[in-house]
Design a binder for this molecule. Sequence first.
Ligand SMILES: Nc1ncnc2c1ncn2[C@@H]1O[C@H](COP(=O)(O)OP(=O)(O)O)[C@@H](O)[C@H]1O
Ligand SMILES: [Mg+2]
Length: 238
Amino acid sequence: MGDHVLEVSNLTMQFYGIKALDNIGMTISAEEFVGIVGTNGSGKTTFVNVMTGYLTPSSGSVKVLGREIGGLHPFHLTRMGVSRSFQIAQLFLELTVEENLLLSLAARENVYRKVRMPLKTKHYLKEARELMNLFKLEKRANSKCLELPGGDRKVLDIAMAFALRPVLMFLDEPTSGVSTEEKFQIMEILVEALQERGVTVVFIEHDMEIVQKFAHRVLDFDEGKIIADGLPEEVLQN
Ligand SMILES: Nc1ncnc2c1ncn2[C@@H]1O[C@H](COP(=O)(O)OP(=O)(O)O)[C@@H](O)[C@H]1O
Ligand SMILES: [Mg+2]
């Protein structure tokens, strides 16, 4: 069991009367690329919020790299190698793509070393440049995020999460709100940037075509339970 990146057992998250997660159990191994599907309100975002420390579960156990995370804050989870993107990209809209990435690098350095650092040093500018190359954002370096198309905003949000050097990443609807063509482009970029660097990825996705094409494994959520877990072709048939 040592190589499980994530190990969840008997996990319940209750909001007043509603069990948003109802006694969930599962494991995820290193370098898996897992899609989460399920109807609205089935608990997908709640699951990601618990995994990333934004919510403390009502009961049950969540272990990341063998360590129990119950009650830890997102800050600690980041330090342990867990990062996430959001359903709505969390960017500094008035700043450029490069400046957003520099802020992410600064956040990472604070997390790891608790130092204040000047942002525009050669060293960090180089790393920001590498991130832009990796995520195909180089042409947008000096564009304000306000001016970016939706697809680039989503990719930048994920690049910023990747800048924290995660082992495990949760992506909440990385392709929502963009055209079908852009969806495929986004996923190609993510596969190349994340999967090929050995990051374990869990992504929530509504578009079954995308799940079918890119996920290696699919979890189907329904009313706070995982009702199917398997290969895309098996799970999506039902
Ligand atoms: N902070 C919250 N307070 C109360 N209820 C919530 C909260 N977050 C989610 N819920 C409820 O939990 C259920 C699952 O929501 P959510 O995880 O957002 O679903 P999904 O992402 O699958 O659409 C829904 O019934 C939702 O209303
Ligand atoms: Mg959601």
